[in-house]
Design a protein around this ligand. Structure first.
Ligand code: GLU
Length: 357
């Protein structure tokens, strides 16, 4: 009798130990918040063959998460809908709102990482912005998809799974804001969209991705060289508005109309998105001098899509008191210039910032 009782007690102890162990294993899963902002990853098409024509930003983030039940095995995930927009509609106000919410969440001890679902059009701007203003080592991953969830060969489910894996990992900590798409992990500083409408391999970094994510494994091969997150002078908690910076695209026969309009609209800087090495057409040289004389900063970038704009190369920047971008494309230069102008309006300081980040 006694013996049977002990046996029973032993079994109960083993079972409860097993429960405790599995509860502990459960607790070991990272807590990841998925913030929904819209885009194709929240898109739906009329039929499964609509891979490129569909409505974006219609599926709520909780539904997007629920469609990938595998995620619950790798992380405790909860969704939060902040916007439901096409990312072309990301204005500065929305950027600030998103940044502040991410910052708030990162301060919570029960949050290990953040994923932001986002339209692919402006992922590169949001990711660069967050990379520059967040003050945390915890992983923040921006993710999107090129095909809506309703399409054959939809890429959103795997991208989201991989993004959660990266956001919940220790390896991704301290590497700045990342973009995870199509098995690749990119630095938010470098990544850019290279195909407009349907290629799932659209995201490219001029120096290649930081690594891959394949079958539950993160493989990093290089690290971001430029300061980010905790290493920068920009803190999202201190920024409540951004100065206006506009981009003037250049081409043969370019006129002064865009420059005048931007100055009249109150731009504090104009990114001159020039041909070649940020070249300036002869009819635009006096226009840029006039712009500068009105106190508006002139920042030369290149429309070529890659390369470094050389200071005093195509134009005597020292003489005209102009600034050049480093290798940032015009849209990334706009983000950095807006942040830089919250700190200084001194051309030399501005130039240092453009070269630093
Ligand atoms: N234009 C939309 C956006 O950027 C859809 C494109 C996409 O997400 O791939 O949100």
């Amino acid at each position: 009798m006694q013996h049977a009782k002990f046996k029973q007690l032993g079994a109960v102890m083993i079972i409860s130990a097993a429960f405790a162990f599995s509860a502990q294993a459960q607790d070991k899963k990272p807590n990841v918040v998925v913030i929904g902002t819209g885009g194709t990853i929240a898109g739906a098409g009329a039929s499964s063959v609509n891979t490129a024509a569909y409505q974006s930003a219609v599926v709520p983030v909780d539904k997007i998460i629920a469609a990938v039940p595998e995620i619950s095995k790798i992380a405790n995930v909860r969704g939060e809908q902040i916007f439901q927009i096409g990312s072309e509609s990301f204005n500065d106000e929305r950027l600030l709102k998103l940044g502040k919410r991410v910052s708030e969440l990162l301060k919570q001890s029960d949050v290990d990482g953040i994923v932001i679902t986002h339209g692919t059009d402006t992922i590169e701007e949001t990711a660069y912005f967050l990379n520059l203003v967040l003050k945390s080592e915890k992983p923040v991953v921006v993710v999107g998809s090129m095909r809506p969830g309703t399409a054959l060969g939809a890429d959103g489910a795997l991208n989201l799974y991989d993004a959660v894996l990266v956001a919940g990992s220790k390896e991704a900590a301290g590497k700045g804001t990342l973009v995870v798409m199509n098995d690749e992990i990119h630095s938010g500083r470098d990544v850019t969209k290279s195909n407009n409408s349907f290629k799932v391999e659209t995201f490219r970094s001029p120096y290649g991705p930081l690594g891959y994510v394949v079958e539950n494994k993160l493989m990093f091969y290089r690290l971001p060289a430029r300061p980010h997150t905790t290493q920068t002078e920009f803190d999202i908690d201190q920024i409540n508005s951004l100065p206006r910076v506009d981009i003037a695209y250049n081409y043969g026969n370019v006129s002064r109309a865009a420059y005048d309009a931007f100055v009249n609209a109150g731009a504090k800087a104009i990114i001159h998105d020039g041909t070649g090495n940020g070249s300036v057409a002869e009819q635009i040289v006096p226009v840029l001098q006039e712009v500068r004389s009105k106190g508006v900063q002139v920042i030369r970038a290149t429309r070529t899509g890659s390369g470094v704009v050389i200071r005093n190369g195509e134009q005597p920047d020292d003489k005209y008191d102009w600034v050049v971008t480093d290798d940032q494309n015009a849209q990334k230069a706009r983000i950095l210039a807006e942040l830089a102008l919250t700190k200084t309006n001194d051309t030399k300081e501005l130039q240092k910032i453009m070269w630093k980040y």
